[in-house]
Design a protein. Structure first.
Length: 115
């Protein structure tokens, strides 16, 4: 059984920074791709960033140059460092293990960016 628990969300002013964390249970973490997705009210869930088991990283166009995804396999953790935050980054952020179609999801953490 895989469980994902996100933390680190909150409210911040535009231009600020936040760091999201996701702790995963289960031994498959080290061999799994991990991702952060977000969903704003009235919008579809979208990929923010993804990191493979081999540390290859992919970012959504809207966050390139501002967000950094990383992982710590020793701790079963994945992180999302968010900088230069904009009001349009406001959303619920979800941690994902294994891909958006067949993988596992956390409960989500709210990020609110005020102008």
């Amino acid at each position: 059984q895989v469980q994902l628990v996100e933390s680190g969300g909150g409210s911040v002013q535009a231009g600020g920074s936040l760091r999201l964390s996701c702790e995963a249970s289960g031994s498959i973490f080290r061999t799994s791709a991990m991702g952060w997705y977000r969903q704003a009210p009235g919008k579809r869930r979208e990929l923010v960033a993804r990191i493979t088991s081999g540390d290859s990283r992919h970012y959504g166009d809207s966050v390139k140059g501002r967000f950094i995804i990383s992982r710590d396999n020793a701790k079963n953790m994945v992180y999302l460092q968010m900088s230069s935050l904009k009001p349009e980054d406001t959303a619920v952020y979800y941690c994902n293990l294994g891909g958006p179609f067949t993988g596992y999801w956390g409960q989500g953490t709210q990020v609110t960016v005020s102008s």
